[in-house]
Every structure is written in structure tokens, then in C-alpha cells.
Design a binder for this molecule. Sequence first.
Ligand code: 3PG
Length: 305
Amino acid sequence: MKILVATEKPFAAQAVNEMKKVIADSGNEMILLEKGTKDDLIKAVADADGLIVRSDIVDKAVMDAAPRLKVVVRAGAGYDNIDLATATEKGICVMNTPGQNSNAVAELVFGMLVMMVRNQYDGTTGTELKGKSLGIHAYGQVGRNVARIAKGFGMRVSALDPFVKDEVMIEEGIVPMHSVEELYSQNDIVSLHIPATPATKKSVNKALVSLLPKKGILINTARKEVIDEESLAEALAERTDIKYIADIKPDIADKLAKIAPGRVFFTPKKMGAQTAEANINAGIAAARQVVDNLATGWNKFQVNK
Ligand code: 3PG
């Protein structure tokens, strides 16, 4: 059977080679489409039985063009790029590869934080992370890795997650928070790890960001969609002490940079999971999951059950 690996943002070569091996060893064939457009994906998916993507959009148009498609694996965590309703309608199993790239994202959080508290290395005096409080907005796989690293920096760590019991957080040395208002008002830095869902879209707004204490920082390595960007712009204009860092360019990046020069930083492309290790972990996991699903219907990480 044919397994299409379609990644607009290519995996490291080693990850691609190892995925090819997993797929070939299972008796299947891997087709690679890198840096393709949506049209390229629609053409390439025509005879695919399995599909592996990253943040590439897999919507109805893609699935309509793929009559043989049985399984889509998002090599990574967030699956807001996949039209789950259409997949379910068509009997296509959609899975993600939870945890495989979370350390990479967590490390980038600290890479960008250090850069910003040192004023982007402009020669002026910055601050340290040690002793500062960090609030983790969603204590999932990435959030837990962020907490682990934050402790190494000597930060005080708290988290908000309605799906994680207080006892679990306390046992892991994390102070449980019980509302977004509490999280944003009591932490010098808030690190966002909520998924983009209808409930979370635009949920981080001026009212919340304005609760940050003096010189507060919001760092977003999740999704730009969870931010109400226009209202964030207002918050940054009014509170000239706060900073916003994001691993993916906001739609109004230029406006934000103009309003808050030196207080915002954006990666040009989503870079959180862009390490060789994360590519290898997520790529191999995705290849195995597709192969197993095609062979036996294995669906442990199905997200459209
Ligand atoms: C994820 O959801 O796994 C991360 O945001 C990484 O996305 P990427 O594979 O597009 O880099």
C-alpha cells in the first residue's frame, strides 16, 4: 500500500530515512512530498492508503481527492489542521503522536525566554529567570516538560489544567491554579500550551493579558488562533512594560512590532518541533502508527473516535 508523507516544512533527512525504512520493512511504499502546495497534496494523495502530515491542512478537499485513504497521522501533537468531522464521515482514522516532540517545544520556550529577558542581546541590562514565577496554561506533555526545565532555572512553577487533578500537580512540585485570572495575575511569565479548539480560539485577550504583573511576559508556543490579536495589540499599547513572544507569526505581526518595539518576538515559521530529535521521534512514531493501522486497525491514538 502507498503511504504519502506530505510535509510543507520538511523533516530532518535522518527522520525521513528512518520513516522510509519502517514503511519499506512493512511491505508498504513511502511517497515523499516536501514543500508542496495544497494542489500538490491533492494530486499526490489520489492513490494513498495512508497519509502522514505535520501542520499541513487536511480538509474535505484533500480527503475527497483520496478515495483509498484509511488513516491520517499528524506527526506531532495539535490536530486542528485536520477536518475530523469529514474524516469520521469517510471512515478515516486520524491519530496524532502525543509526546514525541514535546521536549523540543519546551526547550524553545526557554530559548526565547532567555533571549527576551536579556533584551534580545542589545547590550542593555536584562533580568534572570531564577526566582521568577511561571504559570503554565495547560499542563499536558509540553507543559510538563516546561515545568521540568523551569525547575532547573530555579523558577516557581504553577499550572492551570481542568483535566489534571491538584494532587498530581502538587506531587510534581507544581502549584495548582484554578482560574485563568489566577494564573495570569499571579505569574511573572505565562506559557501557553492550550490546543486550538472552538472553545479556546481567541480566548487569550486584553482582559487576561492585562492581569500580568509588572514586566509580565506571555509566551505562546501553542497556536496563534488562541490569541485575540487585536485585543492583545491594545493590551501591549496600554501596558508598555509587558512582552509577547510567539513561535509562529501573528496575523498582525507588523502592527504588534510597531506598537511594542523590542517587546515582541516572533519566529517566522513554527519552530518548536523543528529539531532532528523531534522529527525522528514523531516521524518514526507516525510511520509505525500508519503501518500498524493499515495492517491491523491499530488505533491507540485515534482522535476522531
Ligand atoms: C505540534 O502540534 O506538534 C507542534 O505545533 C509542531 O508542529 P509542526 O509539526 O508543524 O512543527
